[in-house]
Write a protein that binds this ligand. Structure first.
Ligand SMILES: Cc1ncc(COP(=O)(O)O)c(C=O)c1O
Length: 375
């Protein structure tokens, strides 16, 4: 089964017959103000396009200096590791069960469900999740635990202390897997800010914070046995030469990182403000604002109508259905530096505010017309 992800402007463009370069893509949680590449590409040693990309010492050193640990494996996006982690942790028979978040980046659940007994904790409510995980581990400490910290899309976030405590409760081969794809805005909340226990795996996605998802780089921090298992299966030359050059410079560029944290905060505030009028008219059941996206819990029909309304106008958002009633509408950050994008977005939102009235009183006539246009 293939899972659908955000950022698929090509499919949207084919479905809605709008050229790819006319879309505003707010369907991902990728920093819209990416690490600037002009200078890096000018300085790049062109030989790196020709030679096999063995991991260069300056690449390894810059990664260690940014993440604060040298016990890592560089992978072509953490996605490649997510697919292999269940096999790496369940080499012995009988396999031990896994506790998963009820919501979150679906590839974790997808990878674990294939061969592992699994249960869920509530990825919406921090207290309920904490109580449930505590109880599960007290009952059977021989389990794996997967945490997406902060959670995409719910923004649920556990403290470093709490995660360390669970890691220490796990016994009999149980591991804690923490996906920190969205932690870079608050590095002090990363498990890497402390020495890592032997049964903990931390995943760090390079693409989100640096806004460079296209170069496919990520890092796994874990004990050497796990890194060896993953490394053999991922194979040699996993990070191409130009990508190594870009990561090396970006990881050393502390000035950019500091200003990026500020800019991401501004982008998030602007995005929330732009959508606030519209969402104040809808009966939103819950809202969660993370650094690189906002999530709004809506009734299914409203979420689908909203998606359709935006897509017909070249605005791509992400709908994540929870059950038969509710869908999370996730909206990424606008680029505050793109005046044109903001102007177009404001125009689309003004139209939406007219169509989507107070408390989901969507004007039926207009929606009928909308459906006719798309038929
Ligand atoms: C929570 C989370 N983890 C991991 C990934 C995979 O990212 P990448 O393979 O680019 O590191 C994503 C992608 O959207 C994500 O949202």
């Amino acid at each position: 089964m293939t899972l659908f992800h955000g950022g698929d402007v090509l499919s949207a463009s084919q479905q809605y017959d709008i050229p790819t370069d006319e879309w505003i893509d707010l369907s991902t949680g990728i920093n819209p103000c990416a690490y600037p590449l002009k200078q890096t590409l000018r300085d790049i040693d062109l030989a790196c396009f020709e030679k096999l990309p063995y991991l260069q010492p300056d690449f390894l050193e810059s990664v260690e200096s940014y993440y604060g640990s040298r016990h890592f494996l560089a992978v072509p996006g953490t996605q490649s590791a997510i697919q292999l982690i269940p096999a790496s942790l369940n080499q012995a028979e009988p396999t031990i069960p896994v506790i998963l978040p009820s919501l979150g980046y679906q590839e974790h659940e997808h990878a674990w469900r294939i061969n592992s007994k699994h249960t869920y904790y509530d990825a919406n409510d921090l207290d309920m999740a904490t109580t449930a995980i505590d109880a599960q581990l007290a009952q059977n400490p021989s389990q794996h635990l997967v945490v997406i910290n902060p959670n995409n899309p719910t923004d649920q976030q556990f403290s470093v202390r709490q995660l360390q405590q669970w890691a220490s409760m796990l016994k009999g081969g149980g591991h804690l897997v923490v996906d920190e794809a969205f932690i870079d805005s608050k590095p002090e909340c990363s498990l890497l800010s402390q020495p890592l226990a032997n049964n903990v795996i931390v995943l760090r996605s390079f693409g989100k914070f640096f806004g460079l998802a296209g170069i496919r780089v990520g890092f796994v921090f874990a004990n050497q046995d796990i890194l060896n298992f993953l490394g053999i299966r991922i194979g040699p030359w996993s990070i191409n030469g130009p990508a190594q050059a870009i990561v090396t410079r970006a990881c050393h560029d502390i000035e950019w990182q500091l200003s990026a944290r500020e800019k991401i905060g501004q982008a998030a505030q602007l995005s929330q403000l732009l959508f606030s009028n519209l969402f104040s008219r809808l009966s939103v059941k819950k809202v969660a604002h993370s650094c690189l996206f906002s999530s709004y819990w809506l009734e299914n029909k409203t979420a689908q109508s909203l998606f359709e309304f935006f897509a017909c106008r070249g605005l791509l958002i992400r709908c994540l259905p929870i059950d038969n009633n509710e869908t999370i509408v996730r909206i990424g950050c606008v680029n505050p530096e793109s005046k044109q994008e903001i102007a177009s977005l404001k125009g689309i939102l003004r139209q939406a505010e007219k169509v989507f009235g107070e408390h989901d009183q969507i004007k039926r006539v207009e929606l009928k017309n909308l459906r006719k246009q798309n038929a």
